[in-house]
Design a protein around this ligand. Structure first.
Ligand code: AMP
Ligand code: MG
Length: 329
């Protein structure tokens, strides 16, 4: 896939042993496979492979990066990715497998890529109940990042034909498991200490969750919902340093985040320099974005100067995130 979601042959795979084996192989090779869950069809990629995850954004033409839900075959697998406090453990034991996503702090052994977490120190995890999803995840043996398998701005797909209507030629395969059962997305609850928070209503009713844990869920806290109160979810990763965009020259002591083959004026004097993609590949750049921002932030420079990045393909999402980082200060 190039950064504009170039054409590829999309295989329609049958819901049998051969289809599952093929789908798992494609995922392990860094490809994109749409698959049914009990909510909607998800567009899956190996969550541990940032370039594969970048491919999801390219195929969907999503103009911004938000954290994706990583799907797992069992609570046991989820436990090696995230840290479950008592409440999160009770929710997982009661509602998994099923249409509940839990946002929890990353575990030390977490392998979900920065890009799939949008740079956050938390991770969104779900164990789906759909038998095909379960079988695919078991065979893949890795967390699979999967937002809904539609192009950005269109409705979530509930069967393989919907998926192909939007993404034929842009993804490697769709595992055809007939119609999804719920048709609404998973309920998302964050358990990051303090009272759990309902980030999105969905397939598991709020009342069922509140009855189980014996308390009311806090409201909202999703991206862009105002200032951060203590204990509230950070809506996105923000570097400590200031961010200066479209820098064509670097001031002494600044850290430089570059894109493409050129070397801006003054780069020799930079505190630290990283290039998102020397040959100008936006998929590679997206895959590196969050880890490079963190590395440059750790250099102690007061400002990260970012070279110009084209506003095409994945460049739109990259620039969106950088603009937010710049506006945070
Ligand atoms: P979807 O569009 O169904 O893939 O759901 C993605 C949503 O999951 C995001 O917009 C977030 O609301 C939520 N989410 C996933 N992971 C996290 C996380 N680490 N922190 C906060 N929210 C998350
Ligand atoms: Mg969606």
């Amino acid at each position: 896939m190039n950064d504009h979601g170039s054409m590829r042959q999309t295989e329609r795979l049958a819901a049998d042993a051969a289809g599952l084996a093929r789908a798992a192989d494609i995922l392990r090779d860094g490809g994109l496979v749409a698959f049914p869950t009990e909510t909607v069809y998800g567009l899956g990629a190996d969550a541990t492979d940032a370039e594969a995850v970048a491919g999801i954004y390219a195929a969907k033409e999503r103009p911004s990066f938000n954290p994706l839900i990583s799907h797992l075959d069992s609570f046991e697998s989820a436990r090696s990715q995230g840290w479950f406090d008592e409440t999160a453990t009770r929710l997982a034991e009661a509602f998994w497998p099923g249409p509940l996503t839990l946002v929890v702090p990353v575990a030390p052994s977490c392998t979900v890529s920065d890009l799939a977490r949008a740079g956050l120190d938390s991770v969104g995890l779900r164990v789906p109940a759909h038998p095909l999803a379960h079988a695919l995840l078991e065979r893949t043996g890795r967390p699979v990042a999967a937002p809904s398998a539609n192009r950005s701005g269109r409705v979530s797909p509930t069967d393989a034909d919907h998926v192909l209507g939007d993404l034929d030629g842009r993804i490697d395969a769709v595992l055809d498991g007939g119609a999804a059962q719920v048709g609404v997305e998973s309920t998302i609850v964050s358990c990051l200490g303090g009272t759990p928070r309902l980030l999105r209503p969905g397939g598991v009713p709020r009342e069922a969750i509140e009855a189980l844990i014996g308390m009311k869920l806090e409201e909202g806290g999703e991206a862009g919902s105002g200032p951060l109160a203590p204990g509230m979810l950070a809506s996105h990763y923000a570097p400590r340093a200031q961010v200066r965009l479209n820098a064509t020259s670097i001031q002494p002591g600044e850290a430089a985040l570059l894109f493409g083959p050129g070397a801006p004026q003054g780069v020799e004097a930079a505190q630290a320099t990283l290039n998102l993609s020397k040959n100008g590949d936006l998929v590679e750049a997206a895959a590196h974005l969050f880890s490079y921002l963190r590395q440059l932030d750790a250099s102690d420079a007061t400002t990260i100067a970012v070279g110009p990045i084209p506003e095409t393909g994945l460049g739109e999402a990259i620039n969106d995130r950088l603009r937010r980082a710049a506006a945070d200060r």
